[in-house]
Write a protein that binds this ligand. Structure first.
Ligand SMILES: Cc1cc2nc3c(=O)[nH]c(=O)nc-3n(C[C@H](O)[C@H](O)[C@H](O)COP(=O)(O)O)c2cc1C
Length: 223
């Protein structure tokens, strides 16, 4: 698979098979992904990989954390900026509506939408969860580099027939996870990622997101 093919094949997978993914496979993914670039070669990423009983404990922890604080433990790191404007607002709305339309969950059925959302905290049934941690003193640049590292993992997983879903939703349980993992005061848990073999028969995995064409986001000058 070429890089371009892998990029287009990678989609967010939100239903997985039970098929386990062993530690050696996760290790191999990280071993390749560590070759991602970072400014000054800081390599500002830290990863916690979970499976089995540890993963189950986190699923319980998230439910508890979010039940006790429905607004989430987002702290200084909200998932979206406040007062999101177009075109970003419209894009966010569209992907959500497309997904719920596919799942046959109408807008009014808040309960069903919430129930579906809560599948985030079961890693959408994936056998492995990854968490990405970064030091608080790191700036915007290093956060971008962490994102490159995450994308590398997603592409490498796709190449191996695995699927991923990045999950900022886990930020809603940030404080509880911080405590659970015994993170240092200067560390912050940014995002989760579900990892496993995609369930090809699951309707939700047929969701295809759109992208704005190049002319909408790129300016060519001096050519
Ligand atoms: C950093 C990051 C965090 C995300 N968090 C979530 C999440 O918590 N739950 C979810 O279902 N999708 C999440 N997504 C998936 C996005 O909704 C998805 O990438 C986007 O709609 C484009 O679709 P695609 O990944 O299928 O190309 C996240 C994506 C990124 C890059």
């Amino acid at each position: 698979m070429s890089v371009a093919e892998t990029l287009k094949k990678r989609i967010s997978i939100r239903a997985f098979l039970d098929t386990p993914v062993d530690a050696a496979t996760v290790h191999a993914l990280l071993d390749d992904a560590r070759w991602s670039p970072s400014g000054g070669n800081l390599q500002p990423w830290k990863v916690i990989a979970v499976a089995g009983t540890e993963k189950a404990a986190l699923e319980r922890l998230a439910v508890e954390a979010i039940m006790t604080n429905p607004k989430g433990q987002v702290g200084d790191y909200p998932i979206y900026p406040e007062g999101l404007q177009d075109p970003y607002r419209a894009r966010r709305y569209k992907i959500g509506e497309d997904m719920y339309a596919l799942l046959g969950i109408p807008r009014e059925d808040k309960g069903a939408r919430l129930k579906w959302m809560s599948r985030n905290y079961q890693f959408f049934g994936a056998p492995v969860g990854l968490f990405f941690v970064i030091d608080k003193e790191m700036g915007n640049g290093q956060w971008a580099h962490l994102g490159m590292f995450m994308q590398s993992i997603a592409l490498l997983a796709t190449e191996r027939g695995l699927g991923t879903c990045m999950q900022e939703a886990w930020g809603m349980a940030r404080d509880s996870l911080h405590q659970h993992f015994g993170l240092a005061d200067n560390e912050v848990l940014y995002c989760g990622m579900a990892l496993g073999y995609p369930d090809a028969n699951a309707t939700v995995n047929s969701l295809r997101s759109e992208r704005a064409p190049v002319d909408e986001f790129a300016r060519f000058r001096g050519f």
